[in-house]
Ligand binder design. Structure first.
Ligand code: FCB
Length: 468
């Protein structure tokens, strides 16, 4: 048995997102987000699920904070619902802001460090044109300033965006997420506007927040390997997907410029037309931390002559492709075990990813790394009292904690780990069909029951160490 001890002060937390857990969709002035609208369109969400009730966290917030305290978690990553704070893109709504103010107070009283994300995909539906509209980036900065003004005295860690790859390419080109469009050029346009929103949001946060607060962004990463490392075309496929999945976001944020090869790959999709002079400078604002969401890597193959685009079939129903400009690339299975999402389980990828980020991006800039999401959906089977002995999830988490520890041992400045997710919740296009929680939610009674994985995370957080 080896004990992998994490550095002192390492943060252990769980993560959630407003739309996935809050419910109370029309309460206290909240208006529709693009996800409320998307859920109403037939065929978009498995079982026709929506976020109207979700985990009812809006009403059970104190109980959920108590749960976290009982699990010994010392931080909590949550997101703020823009359509609660500024419904219909009109006046700011004190009642909406008050919910998050109470959440922050409750967390602090429980000894839990609040870690706020301003945008986890629930854009107010009333904003004209959504992320295709450049002005939305400016609306985001106004919203960020307002929330920072209200919570900045107590909340010290601020994330602008969660996974802009999803809210642009997967949403505007892949068609799988709201607003469900399938146009590659739209994906690129939305991607740039989201990055601009990040930069403008950083500026607004810095101008508003007191000293001692930290600002960053969370990106999702796909560790892309060529299916055949000897094949020139597979290596080109890997460069392409690394470009649009990772570097399109990472480079402008950390290095202040879009990568040249990706700009060339996307030229026919109008990237240079949407990037105005000075935009990259705004996007490249200094950040204090980079949040890393890691679930799996991929092996890719193909040649441009393959022609026809593979369609995303993640939930089997939407036809689009999020791999803008590189639709010919095919993703191949490596025969690894998979989670209930069908995602290959690849813990060593986390070590490699963190090392790469530290070496090529964050280390030289003095930016701290945090794993802001990692976890898995499993086919949970509750016993008669609702308890889930999810040893598969325990093994998944253990292996990924060890992989993260390995990165730390190799000198990576990783300072915390947030498990996705505290609760089973609304898993976007999959509705309630996929369960990621370390705490089970019974959707009939809304009762919460910690799973075996919750006890495991509690143990790791208490020891600040993981045993292998
Ligand atoms: C990430 C999202 C998060 C959750 C997990 C499973 O892409 O940020 O909301 O759905 O995947």
């Amino acid at each position: 048995m080896t004990l992998h001890q994490f550095p002192e002060g390492f943060l252990w937390g769980s993560a959630t997102a407003s739309f996935q857990i809050e419910g109370a969709a029309t309460e206290d002035g909240r208006s529709d987000s693009i996800w409320d609208v998307f859920c109403r369109q037939p065929g978009t969400i498995v079982n026709g699920d929506d976020g109207t009730i979700a985990c009812d966290h809006y009403h059970r917030m104190p109980e959920d904070v108590t749960l976290m305290r009982e699990l010994g978690l010392n931080t909590y990553r949550f997101s703020i619902a823009w359509p609660r704070v500024r419904p219909d893109d009109k006046e700011f709504n004190p009642k909406g802001i008050d919910f998050y103010s109470r959440l922050v107070d409750e967390l602090l009283a429980a000894g839990i460090r609040p870690w706020a994300t301003l945008y986890h995909w629930d854009l107010p539906a009333a904003i004209d044109g959504g992320w295709l509209n450049r002005d939305t980036a400016y609306r985001f900065a106004e919203y960020a300033a307002k929330v920072a003004e209200a919570l900045g005295d107590r909340c010290k860690d601020w994330t602008t965006l969660n996974e802009p790859w999803c809210s642009s390419f997967l949403s505007y080109a892949g068609g799988e997420h709201a607003p469900g469009h399938t146009d590659a050029a739209e994906g690129v346009r939305a991607g740039h506007h989201l990055l601009l929103a990040h930069g403008l949001g950083c500026q607004a946060l810095r101008a508003t927040l007191p000293a001692g607060t930290r600002v960053g962004i969370t990106l999702n990463f796909n560790l892309v390997d060529p299916a055949d490392p000897e094949s020139v075309s597979d290596r080109e496929a890997a460069r392409r997907i690394d470009g649009v999945a990772n570097r399109f976001f990472l480079d402008p944020v950390v290095l202040g410029t879009y990568p040249k090869d990706v700009v060339a790959d996307l030229e026919h999709l109008g990237l240079s037309e949407v990037v105005a002079d000075g935009d990259e400078k705004i996007i490249g604002q200094p950040i204090d931390f980079l949040g890393v969401n890691y679930y799996h890597g991929s092996a890719v193959t193909g040649t441009p002559q393959d022609g026809t685009a593979q369609q995303t079939e993640a939930n089997g129903r939407r036809a689009g492709n999020p791999n803008v400009g590189s639709e010919w690339v095919q993703f191949v299975s490596r025969g690894l075990p998979t989670t209930a999402m069908g995602w290959e389980i690849q813990p060593e990828g986390l070590t490699r990813l963190l090392e790469r980020l530290h070496r090529d991006y964050t280390g030289p800039a003095g930016i701290a790394l945090y794993v802001t999401e990692n976890g898995c959906a499993m086919d949970d089977v509750p016993n008669a009292s609702g308890f889930v002995d999810d040893q598969g999830r325990v093994a998944y988490l253990r292996d990924h904690f060890i992989a993260a520890h390995e990165a730390v041992a190799r000198g990576v400045d990783l300072r915390g780990y947030f498990v996705w997710s505290l609760l089973d919740n609304f898993e976007w296009a999959w509705g309630y069909a996929k369960r990621f929680g370390i705490v089970r939610v019974d959707y009939d009674t809304l009762e919460r029951t910690p799973k075996a994985s919750a006890a495991f995370v509690k143990e790791v957080a208490a020891a600040n160490a993981v045993e292998a």
